[in-house]
Design a protein. Structure first.
Length: 144
């Protein structure tokens, strides 16, 4: 049986960053889609159902904060792990990112190995069941 490549949606309004991250993650075997704004990200998340989304916070139109909130409210996207990629490093903005529904925050410039480590950890955690209140439960606990 063939194993499906994990699908990552990268959202950033800086075209060079999109291209570089997409190329890098594809070289590691991930299936990658990209979006340059929040509205496109929401549409692609709904249609493509990626395994994980890396989302810039400072986007034109719908911000990354608002996009995360909408993704979390949508039953078809609420369980997708979200990584905020941001130039913000102030505690207030980092707290706002977590409050918006991000699972992790990666402060730009992001070290490629660090981002991949976060991606792999969050994808490994998708074997646990995310409850509506965002608590996680190991599937073995759930069955036993």
């Amino acid at each position: 049986m063939a194993i499906r490549a994990r699908h990552i949606l990268i959202v950033d309004d800086y075209a060079d960053a999109l291209d570089i991250w997409a190329l890098y993650l594809r070289s590691l075997g991930y299936d990658v889609s990209t979006a340059a704004d929040g509205a496109t990200a929401l549409t692609q998340a709904e249609q493509l159902r990626p395994d994980l989304i890396v989302l810039d916070l400072d986007l034109p139109g719908i911000s990354g904060f608002e996009a995360a909130k909408r993704l979390r409210r949508n039953p078809s996207t609420q369980d997708i792990p979200l990584i905020a990629a941001t130039g913000y490093s102030h505690q207030r903005q980092l707290a706002m990112a977590h409050d918006a529904g991000f699972d992790e925050v990666a402060v730009k410039p992001v070290d490629p190995d660090s981002l991949v480590e976060i991606i792999e950890r969050l994808l490994d955690e998708t074997v646990v069941v995310r409850q509506p209140n965002h608590m996680v439960m190991d599937s073995a606990q759930e069955n036993g």
